[in-house]
Design a protein around this ligand. Sequence first.
Ligand code: 5GP
Length: 139
Amino acid sequence: MAYDDNNIFAGILRGEIPCEKLYEDDETFVFMDIMPRADGHCLVIPKTPCRNMLDASQAQLAACLATVQKISLACMKAFDAEGITLQQFNETAGGQEVFHLHFHILPRHDGVRLRPPGEMADFAVLKDHADRIRAALGR
Ligand code: 5GP
């Protein structure tokens, strides 16, 4: 399947769609998930196009995972988390809904379940959570 740049995350990368940005470097971009399943739920994406893990280059995957680790450590600190769940879905059958590679970072606490999918965030709360992660990143 070919990459289609008419997807939401490509629009975010082009600056056409607003987002609560947390971090970027030359190869990756990180922002809050608009329907967070845990406090601090955020997404790491490559700046260059690929649909998912199946068509990604090793360089794209390596860059994303390095950023996943950096942001996960910040989330541990920001939310006093006890763990991190990493989710990554590939193609519709694999649960993917937005077809630009992304890794979900979900800060976790013992005994606290993920919220159901599809519940829109309160934007003031989302900003507060983003501020906590940005502070933990030291920026
Ligand atoms: P997946 O493709 O991994 O199944 O899920 C896509 C994720 O993108 C979902 O967790 C959803 O909440 C998130 N999402 C969908 N549309 C937007 C958007 O416009 N902005 C942001 N920040 N996240 C989005």
